[in-house]
Write a protein of this length. Structure first.
Length: 551
């Protein structure tokens, strides 16, 4: 059982900080540059990300330094943990990393006030990474290079996406379709005679798709006890809010807080674990934070679809479902390094990565779109690891990332989706009858397949929220009451979102490659790629949207 009032550390400051938005909405009209048409997103205004080869680093830093001087800002190259870094050290480390793993390395460019005594730059305007990037683009265009500044990008705010979860990567900080609050806090009981909400709002209400307590009478997932000589189980990595405790998820199946090169991948602070402490943000109102339990729910779907698989749970998102793109890319990079390291040296193969999170890029164009994440995921795919992503819950065909990072027809960018790479699969959500796409689901040519994603049954940590049963009437020594809508101590729930359609496909793909792996076969990267591509073809055929629409 997990009581939302129990927390190992923290104060009112921590609760306010946890509820505070990680970024700010981008104003496309701010700092206009000819040839750059921007669209809404959210980003951290305090810094930029930079990912360039050693020969380009000095040029990019000089360009940013000159652009910053126009505003009275200085810049400082940093490691991703915020520690200072010299360009020389950064170049040497990037070169060593590329030589060892053929992977990009990521740094931060912190922005700070630095007024010049010989300039009229007072007062210094508020720090804004978007304005700095745009001014650098204007300077690049003025010197004849065009507005592109390759390898320099915003640090976008990403979110996990249960429907009605209270976050939205468009930048508003709340989901306009979900009311911006926990659906259990609406003040009325959905079973009390009210009519269903129209449109997408209904999906956020318990009883019509929102997170709801349920019971489950079936057996738990069962796995074989014996592997053939040289065999192994498939491995599915989940980058999300972590993974909580449940009888379906013992330690011999789930690796929590994986360690690579002596460091935990992702967030390592146990006192803020959303799968253990579900009410960390905002006031003591008893409401469960919107993304608490999200990772456990996804792990439960994987267990149902691929009971033989092992799970690696990487915690990247907080209890509000938010994370920064730079931190996410660092976690991806660590996982890719892990799967590329020989097993005797501590490496571990990963067959499928599930990414039920995303963001919208402000300029998804070839020259204005940073390819670092696509490059890292492509390295993973070429080493025999499929990537499965949720499409998002905003009822739009605007490409969401990383879901759209494959070479789809009509894209404004190119990804080398050659036959030597495992699939990259973007997944939208179907309603429970499997005959229609969920109204909230993102759609478009970049969505490869639609899978069950509404009122999905899975598991949850034993959370207990502050909402009470509507009626209690004890008799004969028995506690008698109506349903407590946020008492999840039974361990099961239903929930909706493309977040939960993605693991349906990830689990199905892992299941399809289980037999040869457990027999000690098909362990070469080329064999795993071929099997995973065949598995993707099978799930796309099983969930053919044209056939579904004709039913």
């Amino acid at each position: 059982m997990t009581d939302p009032g129990s927390r190992s550390t923290g104060s009112w400051r921590d609760r306010y900080d946890a509820a505070r938005a990680q970024g700010v909405p981008l104003d496309p009209s701010s700092e206009p540059v000819k040839g750059v048409d921007a669209y809404p997103t959210s980003y951290d205004r305090s810094h930029l990300l930079i990912t360039v080869s050693d020969g380009e680093l000095d040029d990019r830093l000089a360009l940013l330094r000159d652009a910053g001087s126009d505003f009275g800002w200085g810049i400082q190259l940093q490691n991703m943990d915020g520690s200072e870094l010299t360009p020389e050290d950064a170049s040497a480390r990037a070169q060593r990393w590329r030589e060892a793993m053929d992977l990009p390395i990521i740094h931060r460019v912190e922005i700070f006030p630095q007024p010049s005594p010989d300039k009229d730059d007072q007062p210094v305007p508020p720090i804004d990474a978007w304005r700095l990037l745009q001014r650098a683009r204007a300077r690049a265009a003025a010197r004849g290079d065009g507005p592109a500044v390759p390898g320099v990008s915003l640090d976008h705010v990403m979110t996990v996406d249960p429907f009605g979860g209270g976050t939205n990567p468009f930048g508003g900080g709340t989901n306009p379709f979900g009311g911006g609050t926990n659906p259990f806090g609406g003040g009325t009981n959905p079973f009390g005679g009210r009519t269903n909400d129209l449109g997408m709002v209904g999906y956020a209400v318990p009883g019509t798709g929102g997170r709801q307590v349920v019971d489950y009478a079936g057996a738990g997932p069962q796995r074989s006890a014996v592997l053939s000589a040289g065999g192994r189980r498939p491995v599915v990595a989940i980058l999300d809010t972590g993974c909580g405790s449940h009888e379906w998820l013992p330690d011999d199946i789930v690796t929590r807080y994986p360690v690579v090169d002596g460091r935990v991948v992702g967030d390592a602070d146990p006192s803020t674990d959303p799968e253990v402490f579900p009410d960390q943000a905002g006031p003591y109102d008893g409401m469960l934070d919107p993304a608490s339990g999200h990772g456990t729910f996804i792990a439960g779907i994987i267990r149902q679809l691929a009971p033989e698989a092992d799970i690696v749970a990487v915690r990247v998102a907080n209890s509000m479902g938010a994370l920064l793109e730079g931190d996410f890319m660092m976690a991806v990079r660590s996982l890719v390094k892990w799967m590329m390291t020989p097993e005797p040296a501590g490496g571990r193969l990963i067959d499928v990565i599930n990414l039920s999170l995303g963001y919208y890029h402000e300029t998804p164009d070839d020259d204005l779109f940073d390819r670092t994440l696509a490059e890292m995921l492509l390295v993973a795919r070429r080493n025999g690891c499929a990537v499965v992503c949720s499409a998002g819950n905003d009822a739009t065909d605007r490409p969401a990332f990383p879901a759209a990072l494959w070479n789809w027809t009509g894209a404004d960018f190119y990804v080398d989706d050659s036959v030597d790479a495992a699939p990259h699969t973007a997944v939208g959500a179907l309603n429970p009858a499997h005959r229609s796409v969920a109204l909230f689901s993102n759609i478009g040519g970049w969505v490869k397949v639609y899978a069950p994603g509404v009122s999905v049954l899975s598991i949850t940590p034993g959370f207990v929220g502050g909402t009470q049963a509507l009626t209690r009437n004890d008799r004969e020594g028995l506690r008698r009451e109506s349903l407590d809508p946020d008492d999840f101590r039974g361990g099961y729930a239903v929930w909706s979102g493309t977040s939960f359609a993605a693991p349906y496909i990830a689990g199905s793909m892992a299941r399809s490659i289980t037999d040869p792996l457990m027999r000690g076969q098909a362990n070469l990267a080329s064999e795993r790629i071929a099997n995973l591509r065949a598995a993707e073809g099978a799930v796309i055929a099983d969930w053919d949207i044209a056939e579904i629409a004709s039913m």
